[in-house]
Design a protein around this ligand. Structure first.
Ligand code: PLP
Length: 281
């Protein structure tokens, strides 16, 4: 089951063609997106997702997204949804047709969460570390690299996941040229030691995660210490728990890193999941 609504609020057939073949989102990956988790018709972290959409648009010099139009468009999809309790809601915003009048293309599409993602939430995952090929020091110096924007140019991220799958893992964790930990191809890295949670900073070119943000909010309320600071590979191995956070995977546990079993963090995983869910109780 899928539900599609165009940014003007019209419901459209997800099986039919709606985007021109010369759309720059298709031709060059020149656009941005968000994936929002919806549970029981309630979109989670919609505000932070729309904030990030606006930040990504500014970085790509796209017209500022019309927030009210996006909220309306999301509502249209939610109202038409007759599928499972959980939905992945994609918001896509591109530069529009090449040589057009500059009007962006925008749509929201709701779809079920993939089987693999649902399974990994329960079983945990094996991850491999992969070289991302840039030094975080370049982020401020080279804004054209769009590091930290959620652009549609995800071919590299998808290739990293395929590489992980070809090497006995379900997930990847990118490492910077300076050896620092970055993020997963579609997730943020969170480590737990004692009652402290840590994640890598957006200044290193990683996405500002809405799920990690929600988890840290809940954890702070429950008396945990949270830190956003650079992490090293040995710190991932030595942590009591290593997790990948994103909207659709929620807080997924990493049980094996580069072929080595990590300490059993299943109790910690249950605790962090409960903290995250408490944000929406
Ligand atoms: N980092 C990258 C590269 C991502 O693509 C994503 C989400 O897909 C995240 C982090 C996690 O972001 P969020 O928790 O807002 O889904």
């Amino acid at each position: 089951m899928r539900v599609l609504a165009m940014l003007d609020g019209t419901v459209a057939d997800p099986e039919a063609a709606h985007i021109r073949v010369d759309d720059l989102g298709l031709m060059r990956g020149d656009g941005i997106f968000e994936t929002v988790l919806v549970v029981d018709r309630e979109p989670r972290e919609l505000g932070p997702h729309l904030d990030r959409l606006a930040r990504s648009a500014a970085m790509l010099e796209l017209p500022p997204p019309d927030r009210a139009a996006w909220e309306r468009c999301v509502r249209v999809v939610l109202d038409a949804w007759r599928g499972p309790d959980e939905m992945a809601l994609k918001l896509v915003y591109t530069r529009g047709p090449e040589f057009g009048d500059g009007t962006p293309t925008g749509f929201a599409m709701g779809m079920p969460i993939g089987e693999k993602t649902l399974r990994n939430r329960v079983t945990g995952v094996r991850a491999v570390t992969l070289d991302r090929g840039y030094d975080p020091e370049i982020v401020a110096r080279a804004p054209w690299l769009l590091l930290g924007a959620k652009s549609l140019s995800y071919a590299v991220n998808m290739a990293a996941l395929r590489y992980a799958e070809a090497h006995d893992a379900e997930e990847a964790i990118f490492i910077g040229a300076d050896g620092s930990v970055l993020e997963g191809p579609t997730s943020n890295v969170v480590v737990a030691t004692g009652r402290t949670l840590r994640t890598t900073p957006p200044s290193s070119g990683v996405l500002r995660g809405t799920t990690q943000g929600a988890l840290f909010r809940a954890a702070e309320r429950a008396g945990w210490v949270t830190k956003v600071e650079p992490l090293t590979l040995p710190e991932l191995r030595e942590a009591e728990g290593l997790f990948l956070a994103s909207s659709v995977r929620k807080i997924t546990r990493v049980h094996t890193l580069d072929g080595e079993k990590l300490p059993d963090a299943s109790t910690l995983h249950t605790e962090l999941n409960a903290l995250y869910e408490s944000e929406y109780a």
